[in-house]
Design a protein around this ligand. Structure first.
Ligand code: ADP
Length: 209
């Protein structure tokens, strides 16, 4: 977050004289308390300043990168996950290719009859299967998928940064977001490199995209 000249001045005053009331900060800047209110709200929300009733504002001492880290650690998978696109394990590779195009995704999740996760299909899995001489209509996806228990998953409450780390460590493009049930893991979402990129842009530009 880029601070304005006035906001930097406020931080300097609070560093020097804090705890200090909003009234006194305003006086030092020859401004009204009302004019300062939005700046104080921004600085408090961003974590540079803290406010205590009847005491005033004080400097938290946190650097920009500490505040950024704190913010990233609040990002949960559930806030950024997308809708999962799934195929059944006995559907054909041909069906999976169509579903991937229609669903506009790079990773498909494979489920059994009870909707539980059994595997994953990437673009290259499908390409590999397509360059052989086999009839794509007669090959079921469970033959070519990466299967459980080798599928890397995450849950809606995981930190986004943990999911991002898994994508990097395992060199994969997406993770199913799962929920444990008696029957197995239900697929409730997906996290991909695109979701992580969106979070990165939101973090820096502070806007929802
Ligand atoms: P691509 O193969 O198109 O480059 P990925 O890098 O995502 O896409 O996939 C690489 C391999 O890892 C594929 O064989 C795929 O089946 C497998 N894979 C993809 N996602 C996962 C996952 N979440 N867990 C385990 N394996 C995965």
């Amino acid at each position: 977050m880029e601070l304005s000249e006035r906001q930097n001045k406020i931080i300097d005053i609070v560093k020097e004289d804090g705890p200090i009331t909003g009234e006194k900060i305003a006086k030092q800047l020859s401004l009204s308390r009302a004019t300062l209110r939005p700046d104080l709200a921004i600085l408090t929300m961003a974590g540079y300043l803290d406010a205590r009733p009847r005491v005033g504002y004080f400097y938290t001492g946190k650097t920009g990168s500490e505040l950024l880290t704190e913010k990233v650690k609040q990002y949960k998978v559930k806030e950024f996950q997308s809708v999962p696109v799934v195929v059944k394990e006995d559907q054909s590779v041909y069906d999976a290719v169509s579903t991937m195009f229609l669903g506009d995704v790079g990773t498909l999740f494979v489920v059994n009859d009870t909707g539980c996760l059994t595997g994953v299909l990437s673009r290259k899995d499908l390409l590999r299967a397509s360059i052989g001489n086999q009839d794509l209509n007669s090959v079921p996806v469970h033959i070519i998928m990466t299967r459980m228990p080798n599928v890397t998953v995450c849950t809606a409450n995981d930190l986004l940064i943990e999911a991002a780390k898994k994508l990097i460590d395992k060199q994969i493009d997406g993770l199913p977001v799962v929920k444990e049930t008696d029957e197995g893991l239900q697929v409730i979402g997906r996290i991909t490199k695109t979701n992580v990129t969106k979070a990165f842009v939101e973090l820096i530009l502070d806007e929802q995209i």
